[in-house]
Design a protein around this ligand. Structure first.
Ligand code: NAD
Ligand code: TYD
Length: 349
């Protein structure tokens, strides 16, 4: 069946993988990628699909009400998959207001416009909000986040995402907006901007630069290969139940320091360096303020209800990720020129 779907943030890391999957799997859909192309948005991520007949790119800001209304009027969307966001915790600590504007105001702007556009004709429509496990806050040494875990966000980033999740549910409850929300753990894979742990460390190892480990390095995250996240979004978009939340995770918990040690070893092998070379770059630095100790997610609802599970073992996913960054050094060089240097100086000097 034909559908016109708006995917926001499609030039970013996860969004580009979602766009690729939808454009390739659903030739009878029209996929509209709306992205403002901030520092994190990069059309290079989509070169292989940019000429597909079922794909359109629109450059614009989700915060701009008039622009969003015009876009909905032009395309008459059947669904929205909303990924556009400011996404990096460290940047949210330096500049929380941008996170409130994009993540909260931008989301409400999309909800308002979808509500008006779909009023009286909600059948078959869906607002899919892509969120994070960080909304649940920080765990102690045991336990897992469930879909019913109370929200307890600790950083400006997670607070802005929690707020946007609440607004999506409020539009469902108050106006009958059909919605689903998914909360995913840390993603890794090709095309991730090198402000996040893995691509930043891969790039630093390549240049023989130090690896800045925050605090004691004993913070725990669950890691999921980005293509598996895109597969989960596809499943939930098509088969998820209206008004439900689905946790997405890799069943794959690592402390930062253990993860970094595996990365260092794989990088030494990939670069043909003696084992221990990258390890020697590890440097403990001042901790991130308010650093969440542990995230761990129970993704069994998604597994049991919709039959989704991660397709890759972590070591295999990491090897594929390293191979991609080493094969695409020009991509990395392009995104680390210019403003990135200033960011790096400010964050790590
Ligand atoms: P990203 O920072 O790589 O990409 C964000 C994209 O949104 C960029 O292309 C950017 O240009 C675009 N954007 C930003 N502000 C915009 C605006 N005002 N209007 C239009 N476009 C705008 O982010 P990501 O890591 O791909 O994350 C995508 C989504 O998934 C986010 O909502 C994030 O909260 C969520 N998420 C991310 C992770 C993760 O590990 N990266 C985990 C769980 C959930
Ligand atoms: P990050 O990739 O920023 O994701 P998030 O904060 O959303 O989980 O960081 C992952 C973990 O790695 C987190 O515990 C912070 C830590 N980290 C470092 O130790 N050094 C760094 O330079 C970065 C960017 C992160």
């Amino acid at each position: 069946m034909h559908k016109t779907i708006l995917i926001t943030g499609g030039a970013g890391f996860i969004g580009s993988h979602v766009i690729r999957l939808f454009v390739n799997n659903y030739p009878y859909y029209k996929i509209v990628n709306l992205d403002e192309l901030t520092y994190a948005g990069n059309l290079e991520n989509l070169r292989d699909v940019e000429n597909a007949s079922n794909y359109v790119f629109e450059k614009g800001d989700i915060v701009d009400r008039k622009y969003i209304e015009d876009l909905f009027a032009r395309y008459n969307f059947d669904g929205v998959i909303h990924l556009a966001a400011e996404s990096h915790v460290d940047r949210s600590i330096t500049n929380p207001m941008e996170f409130i504007m994009t993540n909260v105001v931008g989301t409400v702007n999309l909800l308002n416009t979808a509500k008006t556009s779909w009023r009286g004709n909600e059948q078959g429509k869906l607002f899919y909000h892509v969120s994070t496990d960080e909304v649940y806050g920080s765990l102690g040494d045991t336990g897992l986040f469930l879909e019913t875990t109370p929200y307890d966000p600790q950083s400006p980033y997670s607070s802005s995402k929690a707020s946007s999740d609440h607004f999506v549910r409020a539009y469902g409850n108050t106006y009958g907006m059909p919605f689903v929300i998914s909360n995913c753990s840390n993603n890794y894979g090709p095309n991730q901007f090198p402000e996040k742990l893995l691509p930043l460390f891969i790039n630093n190892i390549r240049h023989g630069k130090t690896l800045p480990v925050y605090g004691d390095g004993k913070f725990t995250r669950d890691w999921l290969y980005v293509v598996d996240h895109a597969r989960a979004i596809d499943k939930i978009y098509h088969e998820g139940r209206n008004r439900e939340t689905y946790n997405i995770g890799g069943f794959n918990e690592w402390t930062n320091i253990d993860l970094i040690k595996v990365l260092c070893k794989q990088m030494d092998v990939a670069l043909g360096n003696p084992i221990g070379t990258a390890d020697g770059l590890i440097t403990y630095v001042k901790d991130r303020p308010g650093h969440d100790k542990r995230y761990a997610i129970d993704a069994n609802k998604l597994k049991n209800e919709l039959g989704w599970k991660p397709s890759l073992q972590f070591e295999e996913g990491l090897a594929k990720t390293i191979a991609w960054y080493l094969d695409n050094q020009q991509w990395m060089d392009n995104v680390t020129s210019g403003d990135y240097q200033k960011y790096y100086e400010q964050q790590y000097s």
